[in-house]
Design a protein around this ligand. Structure first.
Ligand SMILES: Cc1cc2nc3c(=O)[nH]c(=O)nc-3n(C[C@H](O)[C@H](O)[C@H](O)COP(=O)(O)OP(=O)(O)OC[C@H]3O[C@@H](n4cnc5c(N)ncnc54)[C@H](O)[C@@H]3O)c2cc1C
Length: 460
């Protein structure tokens, strides 16, 4: 018997389950063989692919850009995420400072410029995706986390009373409010809007077209699809995220990890008043197994995180989007956090895969003699960073050296995950160790300390 608040929750992604979801675009069926070519082919119509197409066309309106998408625009991670659009390119400050201490100041600045660039694009094309620069509230719910908050260098530190005035939960002990560096968005509407913006400039988007292979041909690349059609292009950009990479040698560098979320029904004015939450800031707690939550435009609460599930053999399939045990756990945690909302029900429950890399943030590269570029490994923080990733792909394909391509973060590759069965065993051990650290005042056991020393990790 599941949690009673989940009794009527639809097994569907709230953001995509909308009456005005765009109709499916045609595939390549109607395209003549002579037209199966473009100056730039982009694989994937999530944020990575859509930003690549849009930015390429903005830079050079004469380019013929063709996007090939196996499903539909934004159906995968880009249409089902929490909608936290962070300026961080490094999965948070601590990860960035530890890995690239010399260049962190530049990475921070580039991240803020990137967030400004997203906001400017949203305004320029009138993309209605409820983009709000609310900032982010980090909350401590265990005594040892209060000290961690105090060590953060930026933001407004809130004691127990102040954090509860910001957003009222009896579980909060302290908080840190960082304005300016995070926006919240309706994620699917951002993807749909980016697609429309790209099309308004002349980009072609074909849906239901799965790319199965890439091969060097003449001075360009042949892109083969599942239907056996071949598109030729001098340059190809891959925005395929957690799906098996078309570049075999990067396959071991990411693993798909499932992350889950619930959406409540809209709160009444009285329920909303019982929370405070005037800032509407996105919220995250500080445990290794953390929750994230935020308001939607119509005052629902999206509540996600905690479990991060890896399936043996890098499995990725639609049935894994539903996980009742996780939904029950999330619902229980929700009412522990907000007991004043007892009686509220959830309308939607879903999950999706994130592309975890051992360094927690994206890595970049080229193959096929520089004609194919990829950006992958965003590890659960790609809503904002994918735009930067798109710019890096375009820089790499142009061959130009830029501030971005000179970054160590861009030049270095992460360590790969091991093949099975070691990947699965390592992931289980790490999850167990992280949960155990959460129960023991954050103390990291030998396994986690060894991973820390190797610069390896597991996060969502
Ligand atoms: C539940 C959940 C919550 C999240 N919450 C947040 C959050 O709050 N903030 C944040 O910053 N990030 C979050 N993320 C991560 C974020 O959503 C991703 O980092 C981001 O959307 C990645 O965009 P993308 O375009 O690279 O990938 P995707 O959106 O996954 O797009 C990849 C596309 O490529 C297509 N594709 C793959 N292979 C092929 C092929 N061979 N041929 C044709 N098409 C192909 C797929 O069909 C897909 O549409 C979350 C992710 C999940 C799953």
């Amino acid at each position: 018997m599941g949690h009673p608040a989940l009794a009527e929750a639809a097994p569907a992604v709230y953001w995509l389950d909308q009456p005005d979801r765009p109709a499916r675009r045609p595939g390549l069926g109607g395209v003549s063989s002579a037209d199966l070519k473009a100056d730039l082919v982009v694989v994937g119509a999530g944020y990575s692919g859509l930003w690549t197409a849009l930015l390429a066309k903005e830079t050079d309106p004469s380019l013929d850009v063709l996007v090939l998408e196996a499903g539909s625009v934004g159906w995968a991670a880009s249409g089902r995420n929490g909608g936290f659009c962070s300026s961080s390119l490094t999965h948070g400050e601590a990860n960035g400072r530890t890995r690239w201490p010399q260049e962190y100041a530049a990475l921070h600045r580039l991240g803020l410029e990137n967030l400004d660039g997203i906001e400017a694009t949203v305004r320029r094309y009138g993309i209605e995706c409820d983009f709000r620069r609310t900032g982010e509230l980090t909350v401590a719910t265990e005594p040892h986390q209060v000290q961690w908050l105090a060590e953060e260098s930026e933001g407004e530190l809130l004691d127990r009373e102040a954090v509860r005035a910001h957003l009222d939960s009896p579980t909060y002990l302290a908080g840190l409010y960082q304005s300016g560096e995070t926006a919240i968005v309706d994620p699917a509407r951002l993807a749909w809007g980016l697609a429309r913006a790209a099309e308004s400039l002349g980009v072609r988007i074909a849906e239901g077209v799965r790319v199965t292979g890439l091969s060097t041909a003449g001075s360009g690349v042949d892109v083969t699809t599942a239907e056996g059609r071949v598109v030729h292009a001098p340059r190809v950009a891959l925005g395929t995220n957690a799906f098996p990479s078309l570049v075999r040698r990067t396959r071991l560098h990411t693993v798909p990890v499932y992350d889950y979320a619930l959406m409540t029904e809209p709160l009444s004015d009285a329920q909303l008043d019982s929370l405070g939450w005037a800032s509407r800031a996105g919220v995250g707690d500080m445990a290794n197994q953390f929750h994230y939550y935020r308001l939607s435009a119509d005052n629902r609460i999206l509540w996600g995180g905690y479990d991060a599930i890896y399936h043996y053999g890098r499995r990725l399939e639609p049935s894994l989007d539903q996980r009742p045990a996780t939904f029950d756990r999330l619902a229980t945690h929700f009412f522990e956090t907000f007991p004043q909302l007892e009686g509220l029900r959830f309308s939607h429950q879903w999950g999706g895969a994130i592309d975890t890399s051992t360094r927690f943030c994206a890595f970049y590269g080229t193959t096929h003699r520089g004609r194919v570029a990829y950006a992958t490994g965003f590890t659960g923080l790609g809503v904002g960073a994918t735009r930067f990733g798109a710019q890096v792909m375009l820089d790499l394909l142009s061959g130009a050296e830029t501030e971005r391509t000179r970054l160590a973060m861009v030049r270095e590759k992460p360590l790969p995950f091991p093949p099975e069965p070691l990947a699965y065993t390592g992931m289980q051990l790490t999850r167990w160790a992280l949960a155990s650290a959460d129960r023991h005042e954050g103390r990291r056991n030998l396994w986690l300390r060894a991973l820390d020393r190797a610069g390896l990790g597991f996060d969502s």
